[in-house]
Design a protein around this ligand. Structure first.
Ligand SMILES: Cc1cc2nc3c(=O)[nH]c(=O)nc-3n(C[C@H](O)[C@H](O)[C@H](O)COP(=O)(O)OP(=O)(O)OC[C@H]3O[C@@H](n4cnc5c(N)ncnc54)[C@H](O)[C@@H]3O)c2cc1C
Length: 423
């Protein structure tokens, strides 16, 4: 890899964010006559779709987080820095960071992703467990194990809700997490802690809308509710969480749930830094981009992934915030910049639909394609596995995931259910 201090006559492409979008863009610039600089606040790429599997011990940390330097090491024209972006100045074409000198660019790739939105819920920022980063997932896993160890030592705390988990949000993140926690409880922890009565450990999924999975067709919504209920998840729709404390969750109806764990999977919004671009924002802090994924009046600035509102040319719908949208938009931006540097015309972005999907538990999943086709059950689980394996950044990661998933499928084994705290 090159150093970003190199003074070179080649154009500099600055990639902000090492998520699906940023890595996709940087990898497509491998052979471009450019200096590519990728900056992320972490030194790893996070595979967000599998965070819930890390939180419930199904996968290990290194199957979900992958070194960015490793992903880009075969690119002589690319430098990676670990630093936090603090502002972007579109007029001077300069980006500022917390612990890195400002960097100017000829082309900018803005792929800083989304962040949690607590919608102002009292106590959520302090006490909820969000599910957006590797440390979030690790913290939830450690907390769940810690509560079970505590209940094993002193069963009287179970009555106070020590083992109860409230999951907020009936979208894929909430449903996948609730299903996985229930399976962790009923299969792994019930054997790990034979002295603890698992029936007393409740997993409650709270959704403000009238049904789970608002983005899916009604038959998939019904399927999800049935599959969760079979897995002992209590589904509460039409309920809103109004406040959270370390041991209690209060619903808007006034009901108080005893629970030492509240997982927040209810909402996200584009990274706060989109505001520093000074451009009009769409719903959820997203930026509307043109067919070539650039912003108005700035053909040198590509906005991608979760932070972009990309209108699909075929369906005229805004594409959902998905890994495949982020990866494909990143790859397209990388190719476009490489074409422009080579003096060629840009091509419009065309999304290849891989389906919107969610896992509910072992043998239970749902898939829906943009044109309306759906799948459920084992078939959907296989489709889910295929799409997610393809999204994983390396063959090594794919192999790790397959081994752990196979172990879990045959034996309910959860290899990652250990806590590695301080000595
Ligand atoms: C829990 C969960 C489950 C999901 N499940 C699925 C699924 O099953 N299938 C699917 O297709 N999609 C799923 N998604 C959505 C998918 O993960 C996202 O659409 C995708 O990660 C977006 O990619 P991105 O590159 O835009 O952003 P991200 O992947 O979020 O990457 C953004 C990067 O920017 C970095 N960053 C942020 N702020 C700063 C800063 N100030 N300075 C420096 N770096 C910064 C972050 O560290 C991160 O590496 C899920 C998302 C979540 C949260």
């Amino acid at each position: 890899m090159a150093s970003s201090n190199d003074t070179s006559a080649r154009p500099r492409v600055l990639v902000l964010g090492g998520g699906f979008a940023g890595v996709g863009a940087a990898q497509k610039l491998k052979d471009a006559e450019a200096d590519v600089v990728l900056v992320d606040r972490h030194d790893y790429h996070t595979f967000q779709p599998l965070l819930y599997q890390l939180a419930t011990g199904l996968l290990e940390t290194t199957a979900v987080g992958h070194s960015l330097r490793d992903l880009l090491e075969r690119q002589d024209n690319t430098t990676v820095h670990q630093a936090s972006v603090t502002s972007v100045d579109l007029d001077t074409r300069e980006v500022r960071f917390d612990e890195l000198d400002p960097i100017t660019y000829d082309y900018l790739v803005f792929g800083l992703g989304a962040e949690v939105n607590y919608f102002g819920t009292e106590g959520a920022a302090e006490h909820a467990f969000p599910m957006y980063t590797l440390p979030n997932a690790d913290r939830l896993k450690d907390h769940l194990i810690e509560r079970w160890e505590a209940a094993d030592r002193d069963p009287s705390i179970i009555e106070d809700g020590a083992l109860n988990v409230v999951v907020v949000g009936g979208g894929p993140t909430g449903v996948e997490t609730a299903g996985a926690v229930a399976e962790l409880y009923r299969h792994a922890f019930s054997k790990d802690f034979p002295a603890v009565t698992t029936e007393q450990a409740r997993v409650i999924l709270v959704e403000a809308g009238p049904e789970l999975f608002a983005m899916f067709k009604p038959k998939l919504r019904e399927y999800a509710t049935k599959a969760l209920t079979e897995r002992t998840v209590e589904v509460r729709t039409g309920e809103l969480v109004s406040s959270v404390s370390p041991t209690r969750v209060t619903l808007k109806s006034g009901e108080e749930l005893k629970a030492h764990t509240l997982v927040w999977g209810a909402g996200l919004q584009g990274n706060e830094l989109v505001k520093s671009l000074g451009i009009e924002l769409d719903r959820g802090n997203r930026i509307a981009v043109g067919p070539d994924l650039t912003i108005p009046d700035h053909p040198e600035v590509h906005v991608l992934g979760d932070v972009a509102a990309i209108t699909d040319a075929k369906t005229e719908q805004v594409l959902p915030q998905l890994g495949s949208v982020a990866l494909q938009s990143g790859e397209h931006a990388g190719e476009t910049i490489a074409r422009r540097i080579a003096g060629k015309e840009a091509k419009p972005f065309e999304y290849k639909d891989k389906g919107t999907m969610a896992m509910i538990g072992r043998g239970a999943a749902v898939v829906q394609f943009l044109r309306g086709r759906t799948m459920t059950g084992k078939k959907a689980q296989i489709a889910w596995g295929t799409v997610h394996l393809a999204l994983l950044p390396t063959n090594e990661d794919r192999a790790k995931a397959v081994v752990d998933w196979a172990g879990a499928a045959f034996t309910h084994q959860r290899v990652g259910r250990i806590t590695v705290g301080s000595d």
